[in-house]
Design a protein around this ligand. Structure first.
Ligand code: NAD
Length: 295
């Protein structure tokens, strides 16, 4: 075992990203405890169980192979927080709302193993703000680790220090992400939406507003912004369905409030037709309907 190896990883959130990050870890032979909220009724681990079932049936190949699904233990925050003691890395991947992440950090803090690294998969919230809710003794071990979707195919991971992150944290994560998980790491500063999303969201918003203004069809835009220019089929709107429309909305809201004086400020708005889909609960693949496949 070398210095950068993690023995067990807790992943907080079994949604689009958390479940897939857990699957990617399991496929790489890393034991995982996958947490989510306790379901309000019935099976308290229902959210995680459902996510794991989904990962095994996704086409063209299951996201986690049958023999590796045993590497994932399922847990909820009401009953199983003591399992965090066994984990030397915690990856938080819950919904992109500052106050939800903050309250979860306050809840898990007393249960963390001494020296465990706590890393947020936030798309671009302030790591300074997120780390501020951790007890001072834990802030040195906190940073951002931003995987891209889908994590098993997308090589990019942004690693972002928070103001109090000690030097060794990123130096330990980076070789592990590269050699164990096959990622390419870019170190970014703690600025709103970091690097890739700051650029990518502007691009997506520009395309979305022009779609409306020019009266273009979604598949027409996907063709024009995808294979026709050498990019994948899931270039724009198929990708948006994979990402989740609500998540895009949270990221735009985050940019707008973090950058009040930005010259692009007027562009940080959720296009009306996207907001209408969100209001109807059509959030993309995770709800079975979004831009494509209307419910
Ligand atoms: P998601 O909506 O698929 O899942 C969110 C999860 O958070 C759910 O399992 C839900 O049960 C849980 N949750 C909701 N409210 C909670 C609360 N108050 N306390 C604890 N858990 C709660 O979201 P996602 O797409 O997996 O995004 C997770 C994180 O990863 C976000 O920070 C997002 O910005 C980031 N991210 C998303 C993508 C993407 O393409 N979707 C890519 C990179 C990073």
């Amino acid at each position: 075992m070398n210095d950068s190896t993690f023995r067990k990883v807790a992943v907080l959130g079994a949604g689009v990203m958390g479940a897939q990050i857990a699957a990617h870890l399991a496929n790489a032979g890393v034991p995982v405890v996958l947490f989510d909220l306790a379901a309000p009724s019935g099976d308290p681990n229902g959210i995680v169980t459902k996510a794991l079932k989904g990962l095994q049936k996704l086409e063209p190949a299951p996201f986690v192979t049958r023999d590796r699904v045993n590497y994932i233990d399922i847990a909820n925050y009401d009953q199983h927080l003591e399992l965090l003691r066994e984990c030397d890395l915690v990856i938080e991947a819950i919904a992109e709302k500052l106050e939800w992440k903050e309250s979860l950090y306050a809840k898990i803090a007393p249960h963390l193993a001494p020296g465990a690294i706590i890393a947020s998969n936030t798309s671009g919230l302030s790591l300074a703000k997120l780390s501020a809710v951790l007890p001072e003794s834990l802030r040195a071990d906190f940073c951002g680790v931003h995987f891209f979707n889908p994590p098993r195919y997308m090589p990019l991971v942004e690693l972002i220090p928070a103001p109090a992150t000690r030097h060794g944290v990123l130096d330990r994560l980076e070789p592990w992400l590269v050699s164990r998980l096959g990622k390419g790491v870019v170190r970014a500063k703690d600025t709103p939406s970091f690097v890739a999303n700051r650029i990518g969201v502007m691009w997506l918003l520009t395309v979305a507003h022009h779609t409306e203004r020019l009266g273009l069809a979604f598949d027409e835009v996907d063709a024009l912004t995808g294979p026709a220019i050498g990019l994948p089929k899931s270039a724009t709107y198929r990708l948006l369905d994979v990402v989740g429309l609500d998540t895009l909305g949270y990221v735009i809201d985050g940019l707008r409030s973090a950058l009040p004086d930005d010259p692009w400020q007027c562009h940080y708005t959720v296009p009306g037709w996207v907001a209408a889909l969100i209001d109807r609960g059509m959030l993309g693949q995770k709800t079975g309907g979004g831009v494509y496949r209307k419910q």
